[in-house]
Ligand binder design. Sequence first.
Ligand code: ADP
Ligand code: MG
Length: 487
Amino acid sequence: MMQALDGLWDKICENVRRGISPDAFQRWFAPARLVETGEDTLTLAVPNSIQQLWIESNYATLLQDAIILTLGDRRAVKFRVEMTAPLISRVPEMAGGGVGGDLFDVRGSGGGVSEAGRGAAVSAGSRAAGTAGSVGSASSAGTLGEGTGGFNARYVFENFVVGSSNQFAHAAALAVAENPARIYNPLFIHGGVGLGKTHLMQAIGHHIVAHRKKARVIYISSEQFTNEFIDAIQQGTLPKFRRRYRQADVLLIDDVQFFAGKERSQDEFFHTFNALFDGHRQIVMTSDRPPSEMQKLEARLVSRFEWGIAAEMQVPDVETRTAILRKKMAQLQVTLPDDVVRFLAERISNNVRRLEGSLMRLASFVSLSREKLTQPRVEELLRDLLQEDARNQVTIDKIQRVVAEHYDVRLADMTSKRRPACIAFPRQVAMALARDLTRASYSEIGAAFGGRDHGTVMHACKLITARTAEDPKIRSVIMLLESRLKA
Ligand code: ADP
Ligand code: MG
């Protein structure tokens, strides 16, 4: 029976191979096995939920086509996550005893990171040594500069609410936390402000420290890294600076978009990155934009991304926002009326940090005043936050409507293939506005404009930027449209 399944899976894979690169096949399909066939279903066993999510979101059609080619009809594909599949075999041979032994046991316990400085370092090794300035454990780590870029004790997996907007990033983070430097390295988490990137990144750090006492985990923002680097140059302490970062077992580097335009820091980070990567240490990065838009950085790191993974975090849907509110209320031990919770979840939609802020504000109102929390009172208390959220609520849809109306073209022309200049230009304006006012990537914008590609959108944005710079009339139209959209 098993053999028959294996044979069938081999045939399906043969067809899958025709549609993707050998690397992608190796990475996403090779670890999967066919474990069950039903009347109209196939069940694949995969080593973790990332594999499943990735195949589902990127290769569903390819897989279905391969199944049809092999079996003559379609089957619903089910997944079963089995941790027994040998993940390590897929990772390129690691030098220096990376494979087999425990990553963090290969190294001596070391002194930890005693000169933690402005970067937050968590190291069980340094706790044993009891050195000043170091962070002892995940639980006490929050004392180190909460909100100023240090480790935050609340940022653990247990406190993270998983929804469809972040399940992929969450699964990737968990896989990395459980198998540092083994599966996905580097891990690149990207998405908008306040969506939980730092939270997830630090959760990885806490998890690793809790499970591997000797691991040296360093958390730092790229801005702090840059500042320390500059200090080190000025004070002639570069070797010490380098030693510190290159001896990390896990480097969590937050907001790497700040490296943009800082050539020397970027260079230094690149060398650190290489040293760690070659030493089979885990690297996790976050950014507010996808790796493909970090041109300089990506060009250099790209060869290294072969075994890495990029995970996007999106704005949570209203159910997830409600779940986050409920979780935070439980933590704060406050209860707000259901209609207030619903109001918050619906109205504060695109930034979890702001959602949290609103909750805190209402919670303190409730605890300080005996007044009942009425709807007008809620709106009054949260006026600025509600306004801010509305401002950020520019959608591509709205842009298309406003632009079409302004230029007096049909809305359908925003997505049509028609190309006369009287239509093409407004469409390009709308694309450029979408780029400036929403978080959508070039490809997402292209898709929203009738399936145009990344390059077309990029071209439109460049063109509009150039025209705006040279033509005051166009500039004032763009400003008018922007103000209308943000109103
Ligand atoms: P980012 O780094 O993406 O700007 P943060 O990680 O700082 O965002 O998250 C902002 C706040 O929102 C944090 O307090 C974090 O705990 C909270 N948060 C974000 N997403 C979630 C989630 N899915 N579950 C629980 N809390 C979340
Ligand atoms: Mg952050």
